[in-house]
Design a protein around this ligand. Structure first.
Ligand SMILES: Cc1cc2nc3c(=O)[nH]c(=O)nc-3n(C[C@H](O)[C@H](O)[C@H](O)COP(=O)(O)O)c2cc1C
Length: 360
């Protein structure tokens, strides 16, 4: 974040502020507004089809000529056995009934085809290509750099994952602390030992790597950006803060839940998707959490709860929605994204100056 910030130079952006990709909740207008204001807007493409990826990238390019990023889940389609799927459906049936819906049928496919999404990303040549939930091979990283010219960011929740990304040739690592909203990006160990706070994870990654580290998790304002800088991060990635912007895709029920929530109202759960993720506690989480150990892994549980969550959104019912949010949720401000970036930049300058004044 200092003048010699290699990350900002490489990305041709003015501010060390990345809008976290938010699959299902970001929109092209959100990414475009952040990029236009001097940060880096991102499109979470984990659940976008290749066609939807092309359309979203075109929409960002129509709104801004500035760099932006695209993010994918590194994921293979699973083949769960029928008994596992039926048990998961039976567990969800009462929740579907709450919304007046029949229990779901197993879908024809559990997730988007990663290989097809990967080709779509390469064809779009975004300035930044970021990845979560898994690790690319060195050959795949080299291909993204060579053919798309993208700057490659890998998501890590432990130092071991950060090292793994550095070894396959990533340009930077996003060190994602357990405070953050939405899914944990863990891929070596999905257990609680991968739930490390940003304050501990970021400096450990900075010390272990020679590539830039981006801090994510719990960063909501200029104080947080300054703190991340002190830990050695070259930029921050913020999700929950941008989720509250009017340009995000969340509905009124989720906005209202966010506006009332404290950090202590959030917890990490596998209830909605089968993968650990942080959200605001609600009825659905409380009803499914006692069965956590039995829930099928992502993306099976995610696909089976999809229709329920869509119906809850349509009915404006926060009790059956996945209310993704981080521990910093109470600090979220419902400002237009471009304005939020400007406010963050001003707060960051003031926080740095205040720190220097305290410790000249
Ligand atoms: C609703 C939501 C969806 C998210 N989806 C993705 C995603 O698709 N890919 C990804 O790498 N990170 C995803 N994240 C993580 C964010 O990009 C970011 O790293 C995280 O929110 C930072 O923590 P914070 O919420 O405390 O700011 C998501 C976060 C939220 C809140």
């Amino acid at each position: 974040m200092a003048a010699a910030n290699t990350l900002l130079e490489r990305l041709s952006i003015d501010l060390p502020i990345i809008q976290g990709p938010m699959t299902g909740s970001d929109r092209p207008q959100l990414a475009a507004a952040v990029s236009e204001a001097g940060g880096l807007g991102m499109l979470g493409c984990g659940m976008r089809s290749p066609q939807a990826m092309h359309e979203a990238a075109a929409a960002v390019r129509a709104a801004t000529g500035r760099p932006f990023g695209m993010n994918l889940f590194v994921l293979r389609a699973p083949s769960p056995d029928a008994a596992t799927v039926q048990a998961a459906i039976a567990r969800l049936a009462p929740l579907y009934a709450d919304l007046g819906l029949a229990a779901p049928e197993p879908p024809t496919r559990w997730c988007e085809d990663f290989d097809a999404q990967f080709e779509a990303l390469i064809a779009e040549r975004p300035a930044v290509a970021s990845f979560t939930f898994g690790l690319l091979t060195a050959a795949q990283v080299a291909r993204v750099k060579r053919e798309a010219g993208s700057f490659v960011i890998g998501t890590a929740t432990t130092v071991a994952e950060a090292r793994a990304w550095a070894e396959v040739g990533a340009d930077a690592v996003c060190a994602s602390g357990m405070e953050g909203g939405g899914h944990r990006g863990s891929f070596l160990d999905l257990g609680s030992s991968s739930q490390i706070g940003t304050m501990a994870l970021v400096p450990a990654c900075v010390d272990a790597l020679t590539i830039p580290v981006i801090a994510a998790g719990g960063i909501m304002d200029g104080r947080g950006i300054t703190a991340a800088q002190a830990l050695g991060a070259q930029a921050v990635q913020m999700g929950t803060a941008f989720l509250a912007c009017p340009e995000s895709a969340i509905g009124a029920a989720q906005r209202a839940a966010m506006a009332q929530a404290e950090g202590s109202d959030t917890r990490i759960t596998r209830a909605y998707s089968g993968r650990p993720a942080r959200g605001i506690v609600n009825t659905m989480m409380e009803r499914l959490d006692p069965h956590e150990a039995d829930l099928p892994a992502y993306p099976v549980q995610n696909a089976l709860t999809g229709a329920l969550r869509r119906a809850a959104a349509a009915q404006d019912r926060a009790d059956h929605l996945a209310l993704w949010a981080g521990q910093g949720v109470a600090l979220a401000r419902a400002l237009p994204a471009g304005q939020l970036v400007q406010v963050l930049a001003g707060e960051w300058e003031r926080a740095r100056a205040a720190l220097l004044a305290q410790n000249p």
